[in-house]
Design a protein around this ligand. Structure first.
Ligand code: AHR
Length: 553
């Protein structure tokens, strides 16, 4: 069944749900919501790289979120914060993207290798940028966040990847360095030791074994901070950067700098220009990077919002689905066989910096239950589109934007986002299958462009399902701040034998983990009773992210 038809059916189901509810009220004391998991309708394998991460030299991400230094009092492994290593390893990260972001297009990888005391200090991209939000940050006259000391570079990043079991994904500098610098970075990372001067240098610095970096971003946000290019100009640059690349036996997976949100023109014009040299040019691209931040609401404070603003931001996060679908359709105009996959390597909610956090920790704040639901909405969307999306990375790992951790000196906390990643892990590597959710919509009001209140509504329950052997994993978000969703769950054509639940929720929609209260918001396990005929009725808690693990006959 094609996407349009599925969408039509889904919309019809939702529209029809009111009528259905009325009928049910008359004929049976039945439940109001329903989920059908169609295990015979596979979408694709859930790429474990949907659970990837992003680290940029920005604010407190690298210093001191990750890098505390070998002589620090903070427990560390090779200078890397041990608490972060331990927590991150547990959730089996796919890849880690580095060193940016905008920083990547200003970064010379050669500054970050060799003896630390010989490495140069440079001005950081984020030191003086149009994105700056606080006067205090402007006034900072020193500090690694402003003047990049290069204490953490390629070798240290590879150590981080090794420690947590992640694959590296490096972004080449396309704006301010030439192709030669990129070729040499490739050589430093991937050439066998002893074969070239650079691989010998790598062996002396850190590792005899090549790093075998597969994933390479060819620039970042080339429509903006990565060069301010037109799509046609970037296509020419892309061809030049990728015309000849030494593989050293590694299958390189090149990722083009894709669109900002809904900019379909960027996607269409890039691919049209790229393929002027022949249709085969699409084979150069493994992925096309899509960036979408759903933003914030009101005054932009992560933990101050009304119930309407809660729904408003969740609805904006949900836009990811149509962005994926729309760019995919446009990509298909040129890449008819859909060889190129989408890589959503920056996503999340983006609030203003918490004024109580030191100013150098740019865009740092504690995410709340609302951010956790946004994580669930995004991860479910990627899974429902497992045939299209090959990698996804929230921005960013620690101390900035939609982070999984906050860390300051000896303080460390796992945020609400971290817990959602932990809950969703069983999907990785399983087969994503189609699922139908029917539930009453939630109504709210939001401000339009003219800041006038207008009525809006949002789905009442949505999620994704995957299957691995006899185990079905269903994850779902109930956005309703107050209503429990009693739901009938069917696994098409089979019986549910047993079930268990893991739930992240709170009676306080502003709940969050902080250094002072690190366990305020954590998932809890629940036992679940399955009905006599292998049918399941489950009550999804209000304002929740839930994982149901079902064993089928
Ligand atoms: O994640 C922060 C910034 O957002 C990245 O550096 C950039 O790519 C995007 O605009």
């Amino acid at each position: 069944m094609n996407i349009e038809r599925r969408q039509f059916l889904r919309d019809s189901l939702i529209a029809g749900s009111a009528a259905l509810l009325a009928r049910r009220a008359v004929f049976a004391q039945s439940v109001e919501s329903k989920i059908d998991i169609l295990i015979n309708e596979p979408i694709g394998t859930v790429n474990s790289n949907l659970y990837s991460h992003f680290v940029e030299h920005l604010g407190g991400v690298v210093y001191d979120g990750i890098w505390v230094g070998e002589r620090s009092k903070v427990a560390n492994i090779k200078g890397i914060r041990k608490a972060l290593v331990d927590s991150l390893a547990k959730i089996k990260p796919g890849v880690i993207r580095y060193p940016g972001g905008c920083f990547a297009d200003q970064y010379d990888w050669r500054d970050g290798i060799g003896p630390r005391d010989k490495r140069p200090t440079r001005v950081n991209f984020w030191a003086d940028t149009k994105y700056k939000t606080s006067k205090e940050y402007e006034a900072l006259d020193s500090g690694p966040q402003k003047y990049e000391p290069n204490l953490f570079g390629t070798d240290d990043f590879m150590n981080l990847c090794n420690l947590v079991g992640a694959k590296p994904y490096l972004a080449a500098n396309l704006r301010s360095l030439n192709v030669q610098a990129y070729l040499e970075w490739l050589e430093y990372c991937n050439a066998p030791a002893g074969l070239t001067s650079l691989s010998t240098q790598r062996a002396a610095n850190n590792s005899k074994e090549p790093y075998n970096v597969q994933y390479w971003g060819i620039g970042n946000e080339s429509w903006g901070c990565g060069g301010d290019f037109l799509p046609e100009e970037y296509a020419e640059e892309f061809r030049r950067f990728t015309a000849w690349l030494p593989t050293y036996g590694v299958k390189l997976q090149l990722i083009g700098s894709g669109p900002n949100g809904g900019d379909l023109g960027w996607t269409r014009r890039f691919l049209t220009k790229l393929t002027e040299k022949g249709a085969g040019q699409v084979n150069k691209l493994y992925g096309w990077a899509l960036h979408y931040y759903c933003g914030t609401t009101g005054k932009g404070v992560s933990n101050e919002y009304t119930e309407n603003e809660w729904y408003d931001l969740l609805a904006r996060a949900d836009r990811m689905e149509s962005l994926i679908r729309d760019h995919w359709t446009v990509m298909g105009e040129t890449d008819r066989e859909h060889r190129i996959k989408l890589i959503v390597d920056e996503w999340g909610a983006w609030h203003n910096q918490d004024p109580n956090v030191p100013p150098a920790y740019l865009y740092d704040y504690a995410g709340t239950l609302r951010d956790a639901l946004i994580s669930g909405i995004n991860l479910d969307t990627f899974q429902r589109n497992a045939d299209k999306v090959a990698m996804a990375n929230p921005a960013q790992l620690v101390n900035t934007i939609h982070s999984l951790f906050q860390a300051q000196e000896d303080k460390f906390v796992e945020t609400s986002n971290y817990h959602v990643f932990e809950m969703y892990m069983p999907h990785a590597g399983a087969t994503s299958v189609r699922s139908e959710f029917v539930s009453p919509r939630v109504s709210f009001t939001r401000l339009d462009a003219a800041r006038k209140e207008i009525p809006a509504s949002f789905w009442g329950l949505n999620g994704s399902a995957s299957i691995s052997g006899k185990m079905v994993t269903l994850t779902a978000v109930n956005p309703d701040a107050k209503t429990t969703r009693e739901t009938e769950i069917n696994v098409g054509g089979t019986r549910i034998v047993s079930a268990s639940a893991r739930v992240l929720s709170s009676s306080d929609i502003h709940a969050r983990n902080t250094f002072e209260n690190p366990h305020a918001l954590e998932p809890r396990n629940e036992s679940v009773n399955v009905g006599a005929e292998g049918k399941l009725i489950y009550k999804f808690a209000p304002a929740s992210v839930t994982r149901l693990t079902l064993t089928i006959a």
